[in-house]
Design a protein around this ligand. Structure first.
Ligand SMILES: O=C(O)CCC(=O)C(=O)O
Ligand SMILES: [Fe+2]
Length: 264
């Protein structure tokens, strides 16, 4: 058993109390010896670049992602199988009270992630619908493999309220820590700047779970990642966010400017 047995009732109680949306942080999820083997098996950042896809966008910088499970080194392939197994999905269904969770064999958006120094991920909600299989994305799991990660190296996964005004959690990506949370229209999360020294990276494995059935209260709209500025990034929110928001800001600012001119 590479995943340690879970106290399902205690964890379900924790999820019920969780804020600002259903989430769990579990330390030591994996058998310790296995977790070390998985950490050792991560390719270097440079190797990963030849195996996967790099992110260089403004909102998500300095990250490389390998989703093709055929390329996973054996311990990572084993982890992937364990996270996708019916037994583990059943535990998650019970703990998060979401029946019949399905895995994603294509690991869209998931797999081995590595972020180098200066990388970061702006606050966002993830895509909510998998078009090919017509499934609803419900749960994210992230397992971190960073031994000796120092708090000053940042790279925390943050959980925010829906308005991105209050940060409820900031979990450091330390070795064998696992963060699981609901994917919903309200589950805003991000990753703070990674400040590890050159030669180090922030390593994680991500998997997502889906249901056939739409979540309660779904408005019927499928969307890709939606970014929102953090409170200290208001300038970014206004100037560097998507075009439709930009248009709104330009119009309202022009209106404001006109008012100023008129009142003189
Ligand atoms: O790496 C993390 O901690 C979060 C990643 C994430 O939110 C994403 O890839 O959508
Ligand atoms: Fe995300």
């Amino acid at each position: 058993m590479i995943i340690k047995p879970l106290d399902r009732d205690a964890l379900r109680a924790r999820v019920r109390e969780a804020t600002p949306f259903p989430n769990l942080c579990i330390d030591g999820l994996l058998d310790e010896e296995f977790a070390h083997r998985a950490a050792d098996a991560f390719p270097s950042f440079e190797q990963a670049l030849t195996m996967g896809r790099q992110f260089a966008a403004l909102n998500e910088r300095g990250k490389v992602q390998v989703t093709n499970s055929a390329l996973f080194p054996e311990p990572i392939a084993e982890l992937n199988r364990a996270l996708a197994s019916p037994e583990f999905r059943d535990d998650l269904s019970y703990i998060f009270e979401i029946p019949e969770l399905l895995d994603d064999p294509h690991l869209i958006g998931g797999g081995m992630h590595q972020t180098g120094p200066q990388g970061h991920l702006d606050v966002h909600v993830d895509f909510n619908f998998e078009q090919d299989r017509k499934l609803h994305r419900r749960l994210n799991i992230l397992v971190y493999f960073n031994r000796d990660w120092r708090p000053e190296w940042g790279g925390e996964v943050e959980l925010w309220d829906e308005d991105v005004k209050v940060r409820h959690h900031a979990f450091l990506p330390v070795f064998n820590r696992c963060v699981i949370f609901a994917t919903s229209e309200a589950s805003y999360h991000g990753v703070t700047a990674v400040k590890c020294p050159p030669g180090n990276t922030r390593k994680s494995f991500a998997a997502y779970y889906y249901t056939q059935q739409a979540p309660e209260g779904w408005d019927g709209k499928a969307h890709s990642t939606v970014f929102k500025a953090r409170p200290d990034e208001i300038l970014k929110g206004k100037v560097l966010m998507p075009a439709e928001k930009m248009g709104h800001w330009v119009r309202s600012t022009l209106r404001g400017a006109k008012k100023l001119i008129k009142s003189k």
